[in-house]
Every structure is written in C-alpha cells, then in structure tokens.
Ligand binder design. Structure first.
Ligand code: HEC
Length: 184
C-alpha cells in the first residue's frame, strides 16, 4: 500500500513539472527565447546582398586579385573550351549581343541609351582577354544611373559573375575571339 501511495506521489509531482513546462512549450506564456538563427548577418527578399567579407576567396579560387591588374587567360583556347563558350554565349549573351556578336540581339532594341557592343569590332577585339573577363564578371557600371542609384550596374550590361563560373567566363572569352576570326 505504501509503495503505491509513494508512486502516486511521484507521478503527481512529475505531472505538475511537465504541465508547467508545457505552458512554455506551447507558448501559453510566451518567452522570447534566444534564437541563434536570428543572430547572424542576413538579408531579406529583394534586399541587396551583403558585401563579401574582405579577403575572402571563392571556392574555385580567386577569379582575379584586385589591384594586380587584369588577369591573364589560364584556359587554352581549344575546341572544348570554344564549344562550351559558344553554348554559354547563346544562353547568357546572345539576347543582347546577337547571334554573331554584332550587338543586334533581341533585347538590344529595348536598350535605348547604350546599345550592346559589337563584339566582332576591332574596338572590342583589341581588348585583352583579361579585360573581357572583367567586363563579363563586373558588367559595365554607369555612375550616372538615376533610375537605380544604388544598383551597381546601369542596365547596360549586368555583371554575370553569378551566372558563370570563373572557368565558364574564360570559355566565353575564348569563344569571343572566334567571332572576329569568322568575320575575316
Ligand atoms: C542586358 C544585355 C547584355 C547582356 C546579357 C550582355 N551584354 Fe555585353 N554589353 C551590353 C551593352 C549594352 C554593352 C555596351 C556598354 C557600353 O558601351 O557602355 C556591352 C558591352 C560588352 C563588351 C565590350 C566591353 C568593353 O570594354 O567595351 C563585351 C566584351 C561584352 N559586352 C561581352 C558580353 C558577354 C561575353 C556577355 C555574356 C556572357 C554579355 N556581354 C552579356 C549588354 C549586354
């Protein structure tokens, strides 16, 4: 008999303890617990992403080292690279720069202020591979853009570093060189 009474006592105490805990678990009494997910740098929808921390390097290795001048092309211009470049060009560039790179893509009609560059022109072809690489990576920046003052590109040419990996950008550069060759 005594044992049963003791057991009932133990269960009663346990019940009360669990009951009290449940009040907080089910937010009957709300406590603003410290949530570690909240304590971190984050950005919401449509907000500009945070700047990359200084000195950080992408997983693929540095695309180029700021202050060291234009990078040099590490990807040999072989058939594979050019074929990949052509494929990527048709996805990421053709709508503005046109089938043959002459700056007459479908979207170019809507770019009133500045037409896409003619990639077959001497002006563009005389640029170094590294310069083209930087154009693809960073886009073309217009400081006088009143429409989107806090957006880094002007809508002339967007930075494509998020669309194309470093290797892919060099493949596109290798392809751009063939645009001139086919012209002559
Ligand atoms: C939204 C349209 C658009 C897309 C997409 C685009 N470009 Fe451009 N690009 C432009 C415009 C517009 C210019 C001319 C800007 C200027 O002269 O200020 C330009 C200029 C260039 C130039 C000349 C840069 C210079 O230094 O004069 C190169 C090279 C180039 N684009 C390559 C590319 C490649 C490669 C891609 C794809 C990976 C691409 N572009 C995608 C619009 C675009």
């Amino acid at each position: 008999m005594r044992l049963i009474k003791q057991l009932i006592g133990v269960f009663a105490v346990l019940g009360v303890v669990i009951g009290v805990l449940m009040i907080f678990t089910y937010d009957v009494i709300k406590i603003d617990w410290v949530s570690f997910m909240e304590i971190q740098p984050s950005y919401s929808n449509q907000e500009q992403p945070l700047a990359v921390p200084a000195q950080s390097i992408p997983v693929e290795g540095p695309a180029y080292i700021p202050g060291e001048g234009v990078p040099s092309n590490p990807v040999p211009s072989d058939e594979v690279s050019i074929a990949r470049g052509a494929e990527l060009y048709s996805i990421h560039c053709q709508m503005c720069h046109g089938d043959a790179g002459q700056g007459n893509g479908t979207i170019s009609a809507f770019l009133v202020k500045k037409k896409p560059a003619d990639l077959t022109s001497d002006l563009v072809q005389s640029k170094t591979d590294g310069s083209m690489f930087l154009t693809i990576s960073n886009g073309i920046f217009n400081p006088n853009n009143s429409l989107f003052p806090d957006v880094e590109f002007s809508g002339q040419m967007p930075p494509l570093n998020e669309n194309l990996t470093v290797r892919e950008r060099w493949d596109v550069v290798n392809f751009l060189r063939t645009l001139n060759a086919t012209q002559q």
